[in-house]
Write a protein that binds this ligand. Structure first.
Ligand code: ZN
Ligand code: ZN
Length: 403
């Protein structure tokens, strides 16, 4: 019995006009899993903990993020295909738009035009004897690696996280001189990004085309890579990841899963999710555990677009869940989300997510895959850190505890 874990990012929600997007959507295939499987709700990290996508996924794979998480940067770097050396500090970056000293768009209009070329301008610099490695990732995102002596990840972000605010000054978060030095390097890097990108021909072209210039780099989530025990040793199963999101690929790479690429998979609402479903069906022939991640639901949520989220759920139902059910053979299918991203607040919340498992399970009376119906299911309310144990048991892989 193989395991297919399908995570629709940020799919859980709260009510808008009496309904969540999952309740408003027409999704017969997701409902089939709920009706014929066992359902419940899940706190991916813990009750009341608002998870990031990285900490949520670590927890769902059975790695307690309170033990293993040191910041988002290293996962972004790994997901972008970079290798980290001991002592490297990795940070997650956004190309953003600065106007009159304020950040008017944290994502430079989510427009990728010319960003690769701009990234090359910043890559390979040296600041105070520290090597700067800078690489563009998916969309408006990028990763910054500081490589040198005596660096620290205990520094604050420059990303103000809100619109129309000044970029922040990075500060040391402890009294260690390495943290002071690292914060200074980050601030110099920010200044360099403004100088180099501001006058760059790419940005003149972007402006001419009516696009926002990408004229500052904002950083956050500094971290140093830690060792994570490999997934296949831990569970004695071979795992593969299908995700277009750099951060999630990075989490999977950090635990030693194989990464399967899919053409046209973008991590946006227009992604080739049908291609990803096919890749998952194929991967199940050679892997015991396949993890399929779909990001569009979270993107629509951050944009506060109820109709887009509902439409994305319906697309997933028809283009992903349907073919997977049609090709189902000796596989336990898990459908869930990594956290809720309510349309009303446009950010992650701690509201538990619905979960449904189709396989050799004790079915319950729940008939639809929604937050409120699954709350009445046979799994009750579980914690994400226990999910792998439950799946190993349902596929008869769990070791006996005791005699
Ligand atoms: Zn997420
Ligand atoms: Zn999100």
């Amino acid at each position: 019995m193989k395991i297919l874990l399908i995570i629709c990012d940020g799919m859980g929600d709260r009510l808008i006009d009496g309904k969540t997007p999952l309740e408003a959507a027409r999704k017969p295939n997701m409902d089939f899993i709920a009706k014929n499987g066992i359902t419940g709700i899940m706190d991916s990290v813990g009750p009341g903990v608002r998870p990031g996508s990285d900490t949520a996924h670590l927890s769902l794979f059975g790695y307690n993020p309170f033990d293993f998480y040191t910041g988002r940067g290293p996962f972004e770097a790994l997901g972008a295909g970079l290798s980290l050396r001991k002592g490297d500090v990795a940070l997650r970056c956004n190309f953003a738009t600065l106007q009159n000293g304020k950040v008017i768009d944290r994502r430079a209009g989510r427009d990728e035009f010319g960003l690769e070329e701009l990234a090359n301008e910043l890559d390979g610099m040296e600041i105070s004897g520290t090597e700067i490695i800078f690489k563009k990732c998916s969309g408006h995102r990028a990763v910054l690696i500081l490589r040198g002596e005596n660096l620290s990840a205990n520094v604050s972000d420059t990303d103000p996280e809100i619109k129309n605010a000044k970029p922040l000054i990075s500060k040391p978060l402890d009294r260690n001189p390495d943290s002071t030095k690292t914060a200074e390097i980050i601030n110099k890097f920010t200044q360099k990004s403004i100088e180099i990108l501001g006058d760059h021909p790419i940005n003149k072209e972007r402006t001419k085309m009516g696009k926002l210039p990408a004229n500052i780099i904002l950083v956050r989530g500094a971290g140093i890579q830690t060792h994570l025990p490999p997934f296949n040793h831990r569970y004695k199963i071979k795992g593969a990841c299908i995700s277009a999101t750099t951060l999630i690929r990075g989490v999977c790479r950090a635990i030693g899963m194989d990464i399967i690429g899919v053409e046209g998979a973008t991590g946006h609402v227009d992604s080739n999710i049908g291609g990803k479903a096919n890749a998952a069906i194929n991967a199940l022939k050679s892997y015991d555990f396949v993890f399929l991640h779909i990001k569009g639901t979270d993107e629509a949520s951050h944009d506060g677009n109820f109709d887009l989220k509902k439409a994305m759920i319906e697309r997933i139902d028809g283009e992903v869940i349907k073919p997977i059910l049609e090709n189902r053979k000796d596989v336990t299918i898990v459908l869930t989300s990594d956290h809720s991203t309510p349309i009303s607040i446009r950010q992650h919340s701690a509201d538990p997510v619905p979960i449904a498992i189709l396989g050799d399970v004790r079915t319950d009376s729940v008939e639809r895959f929604t937050e409120r119906e699954c709350a009445m299911g046979g799994l009750n309310r579980i914690c994400g850190i226990h999910l792998m144990g439950i799946l190993l048991d349902l596929t008869n892989r769990a070791e006996l505890f005791g005699a």
